[in-house]
Design a protein around this ligand. Structure first.
Ligand code: SF4
Length: 388
């Protein structure tokens, strides 16, 4: 129901939608495809007795193939696409000092909160869609065309650490940008764990497999999206390139990592300072926003240029759709699994991901161009709240 869809910490159990996915998997008229979010790979193991934070991407992909999905993609690739759009959006606004700070918008619980309680800041929001929406729309356009599949038959399931994603998939008409709904069903990590168990798959002994081309290849920047500060760090890696035309010799921005409720940093990009802030957990978010609103109301310049916001403490690793019993220790270990994945990635910046380059070259054109705007961007509206 409405409550469970909006509860960012999952205190209310999600509305179980696994039956709809079983039905799609056994419907011969459909072409079921699936994608996994960054934070799911480092938490699913908890349902199967693995040490916390173990990265199980390969086993997850094999299990999804075994369940019968005809295309298994990675939301991390969508995160790289989000960064291409949002990194360019940031640089564009930063140069013009237009609607500063830019605020990230890939967390739907946060989008809902802003539309209801801070609607004076709607213009500060990045218009870019969240990573799973981008993979969804690409599966029903680019992928469908390349693989000669009727897009109306594609049934896209996303596996998310999140209950709010169940609401995001039909939150506005932009979620139907290709004429089809970008995402048909959004399941939580817990729902997928149940499906794997019900199917009798021997998760521990299944061999690792890779996600399918071309919506499965990701950079280290894409994978850290699941931890607080990860979107900011990924965006900075690409923004550096957009601003300077050069590549970073050291890609890590450790100042934006960790579990402090509000993190602030001044990032030096070749002599230009970018002032960033990161808030996670809605109480911290509210605090930070009020500070920004206050300077706006007083007509003063914004104290920040770029702000990352996640409704859940720790970011999506601590999401409401994750295995129960989240503590800071657990959040740290899950995040460490993602940072390790980044460190061991050959490509660590979104704009250097060959799959991203190919999708722009063959299909989208330029970041922020007309096709990108049509498929990858959102609008926001002030929404009502009811008080008695
Ligand atoms: Fe969902 Fe992540 Fe936002 Fe939590 S932080 S509500 S898991 S998108």
């Amino acid at each position: 129901g409405q409550c469970s869809n909006h509860c960012p910490v999952g205190a209310i159990v999600e509305h179980d939608e696994t039956q709809k996915v079983w039905d799609a998997l056994s419907n011969p008229d459909l072409f079921p495809v699936v994608q996994i979010a960054p934070a799911v790979r480092v938490s699913i193991g908890e349902a199967f007795g693995y040490p916390i934070g173990t990265n199980l991407t390969g086993k997850l992909i094999s299990s999804l193939k075994k369940l019968g999905f005809k295309g298994v993609f990675d939301t991390n690739m969508g995160a790289d696409m989000t960064i291409m759009e949002e990194g360019n959006e940031f640089v564009h606004r930063f140069k013009k000092k237009d609607n500063m700070p830019l605020i990230t918008s890939c967390c739907p619980a946060w989008v809902d909160f802003l539309e209801k309680f801070h609607s004076d800041m709607l213009d500060n929001f990045s218009t870019c869609k969240s990573p799973h929406e981008i993979i969804g729309v690409l599966s029903k356009t680019y992928y469908a065309k390349k693989h000669n599949v009727d897009p109306s038959k594609i049934f896209m399931v996303s596996i998310m650490p999140c209950t709010a994603k169940k609401y995001e998939i039909h939150r506005s008409e932009e979620m139907f940008a290709s004429g089809h709904q970008d995402i048909d069903i959004s399941l939580t990590t817990r729902e997928l764990a149940r499906m794997i168990k019900q199917s009798g798959i021997d998760f521990k002994n299944i061999e690792d497999q890779k996600a399918d081309s071309i919506l499965g290849a990701y950079s280290g920047a894409g994978t850290i999206f699941g931890a607080t500060g990860g979107v900011m760090e990924a965006a900075l890696r690409t923004a550096y390139h957009v601003i300077t035309g050069k590549e970073l010799s050291k890609v890590e921005f450790k100042q934006v990592r960790g579990l402090k409720g509000i993190k602030e940093a001044n990032i030096d990009i070749d002599g230009t300072t970018v002032r960033v802030a990161i808030a996670h957990g809605l109480a911290n978010v509210d605090h930070l926003l009020k500070e920004i609103e206050k300077t706006k109301a007083e007509g003063k310049p914004s104290p920040y240029d770029f702000v990352e916001v996640m409704a859940c403490e720790g970011g999506c690793v601590g999401g409401g759709g994750q295995p129960y019993g989240v503590t800071d220790e657990l959040r740290k270990k899950r995040a460490a699994g993602l940072y390790k994945d980044d460190e061991s990635s050959k490509v660590r910046c979104s704009h250097l991901n060959p799959a991203v380059i190919q999708v722009y070259k063959e299909f989208v054109g330029e970041p922020l161009g007309p096709q990108a705007h049509k498929l990858f961007h959102n609008k926001y509206t002030k929404r009502k709240t009811y008080k008695k």
